[in-house]
Design a binder for this molecule. Structure first.
Ligand code: TYM
Length: 322
């Protein structure tokens, strides 16, 4: 099955990125799977060129450290495949202003910055291009990308209806557990790269002592009973969901084993240390060899171009520019 997904190099990857995306990516890797660092998307944010360049390499290393095997699947950097930006323009002429302004992510982000970039509005069209270029059937993403996925489907269907059958219409899939990991300090807010709270965000490269400290200080409540109740007990529910995401259980099954927050937190910290330590070590190892990372990206871009080029040509012919 053809799979594609992407992640922005907008900051260090966190536990939400891991449970919502990276781990499902690793589970679905195959020669038919494409995973990209979407550096063009990060240009919608205020970031220095040096930071963008560094974070792109760091994210590439994180993806591989998390278990993606570049021999088995294609790992690449979006800007190294020029068809993404090219197809995005064709799709911008199919998408409507109204549907883009209805995107929740756009509404939130545009409120935060005065004189926001037009790219913030057209961002989901570039995302549709990422997906449609690979004849993607399945897009593994966290819960926050659902609306963008729906837009990609609508754009594909509209393009096909207007210009003839050109794109495969993709489906998004979310993990059953931990599709939306919340901030440990503010469990009403999702864990996020751009609005990171230092104690509330777990990074994949956190040292064991950091993991212990962050879990210990995680916000809970005064009720004292360990059970899943997102409305009344968002902090505890988030910890249970994270635990279950890491151990492969159901959150309520985890809850049944614990009668105190202290025990739950202690075991969750241990599980995080066990899961993330090998990733952290591999990450630092990979970062000592930038040349190797460069080679992986070059080979990935070569493979990606071979697929994306054909689809782009088909779309260009369909609209009448080739
Ligand atoms: P981004 O870079 O914000 O996040 C990358 C992936 O991580 C998931 N994620 C989460 N999952 C669970 N809990 C969280 N707190 C959490 N935070 C992030 C996201 O859902 C995502 O799967 N627009 C996309 C990037 C993108 C893309 C694409 C994705 C560009 N082109 C094509 C799929 C296909 C984004 O900003 O993800």
């Amino acid at each position: 099955m053809r799979v594609l997904s992407g992640m922005q190099p907008s900051g260090a990857a966190h536990l939400g990125n891991y449970l919502g995306a990276l781990r499902p990516w690793v589970d679905s890797q195959s020669p038919d799977a494409f995973y990209c660092v979407v550096d063009l998307h990060a240009l919608t944010l205020d970031m220095s060129p040096a930071d963008l360049r560094r974070q792109t390499v760091e994210l590439l290393a994180t993806m591989i450290a998390s278990g993606l095997d570049p021999e088995l699947c294609t790992v690449f950097v979006q800007s190294q495949v020029p068809y993404h930006a090219q197809l995005s323009w064709l799709l911008e002429c199919v998408a409507t202003y109204g549907e883009l302004t209805r995107m929740v992510a756009f509404k939130e982000k545009s409120q935060r910055s005065q004189g926001y970039r037009v790219g913030l509005l057209t961002y989901p069209v570039l995302m549709a291009a990422d997906i449609l270029l690979y004849e993607t059937e399945c897009v593994p993403v966290g819960d926050d990308q659902r609306q963008h996925l729906e837009l990609s489907r609508n754009i594909a269907e509209r393009f096909n209806a207007r210009y003839g059958e050109t794109f495969r219409v993709p489906k998004g899939i979310q993990p059953v557990v931990a599709a939306r990991v919340m901030d440990l300090q503010d469990p009403q807010r999702k864990m996020s790269k751009s609005l990171a709270s230092p104690l509330g965000t777990i990074y994949l490269t956190d040292e064991p002592a950091d993991l212990e400290r962050k879990v210990k200080r995680a916000v809970t409540d005064t009720d004292g009973s360990v059970r899943l109740d997102w409305e009344k007990k968002p902090g505890v529910s988030n910890l249970l969901e994270i635990f279950a995401g890491l151990s492969g259980e159901r959150p309520d099954a985890v809850a049944q084993r614990y009668s105190s927050y202290g025990d739950l937190k202690r075991d969750l910290a241990a599980l995080l240390i066990e899961t993330l330590s090998p990733i952290r070590r591999r990450y630092y190892e990979l970062m000592t060899d930038p040349e190797e990372l460069n080679l992986i990206a070059t080979e990935g871009a070569r493979r990606a171009c071979a697929v994306a080029g054909d689809v782009y040509d088909r779309a260009a012919r369909a609209v009448g520019i080739a």
